[in-house]
Design a protein around this ligand. Sequence first.
Ligand code: C2E
Ligand code: CA
Ligand code: CA
Ligand code: CA
Length: 280
Amino acid sequence: VKKSGRNNYQFVTPSLQKEADERLTVQHGLHQALERQEFELFYQPQINFSTQKISGVEALIRWNNPDRGLVTPDEFIAISEETGLIVPIGTWVLEQACRQISDWNKLSTPPTPYLSVNMSIRQFQQKNFISEMERILLKYNIKPQQLELELTESLLIHNLTETQNKLFTLKDMGVRLAIDDFGTGYSSLQYLKSLPLDVLKIDQSFIQDIGIDHNNEAIVQTIISLANNLDLWVVAEGVVTQRQYDFLKLKGCGSYQGYYYSKPIKEHELLEVIKKQSLY
Ligand code: C2E
Ligand code: CA
Ligand code: CA
Ligand code: CA
């Protein structure tokens, strides 16, 4: 808070009040959003460097707010985490993702081998998370291998033993497990050897500095070799430029995701992309 002289308090109070009001409005809006089905999943393709084909797709939630238009998760995920609303929202995301996979399975060329979903700590820590997962997979009758869960490092270190058990159960079921935003947390190397992970996603902050910072490039290169040597599939996030693309391909990165290929898009747009891709 900035000291702004005599009117200090008059300045601070209304703005804090405004912030609190806004949070309440968002909370209320989120409750309604669930009831009124205002959430929507967007899809961002991941492209395999060697085949140039879509190797996977990440589902990213959007909120079609009647007043504010399309709202991105940065504006409501944190609040939902705090209030616990992330649990029903997360269940909706999982259900929607599995319903989508089952719809795609009916097409002659399904757009993706697997759909990847972001997990929140709160949702993952629910006592009934595993049984919910089983229920949903059964309900939509999809192969667990078609679903990938993206877990952040902070989620992984929380209650390590319990988390580990859950991950091994999920792995036994056949669900794919990815570590998201890799490199932004700490003690990352410990769980790379102790957790049953399939995929490592290099955080976009590292990708951004390719071509700019040599130390950073050394880190990216090392993460890629590490992942390859541990038999983890490695995905680079936030690839925007040709230079980043060339560097990652040269260093043996598995797939990439980012505006260079496509931003997150609606389902019908994804299907268009697939149709075009099949022409080549
Ligand atoms: P994330 O999982 O790291 O997702 C990647 C974010 O980077 C997405 O932002 C995506 O739109 C954006 N992005 C993709 N390619 C590029 C690029 O080339 N350049 C740049 N600058 N950005 C790119 P988005 O969709 O706004 O999502 C933000 C975060 O919200 C996600 O970060 C994830 O942590 C969270 N989130 C999204 N959907 C869900 C969900 O269904 N459940 C939960 N719990 N969290 C979600
Ligand atoms: Ca993610
Ligand atoms: Ca990420
Ligand atoms: Ca992120």
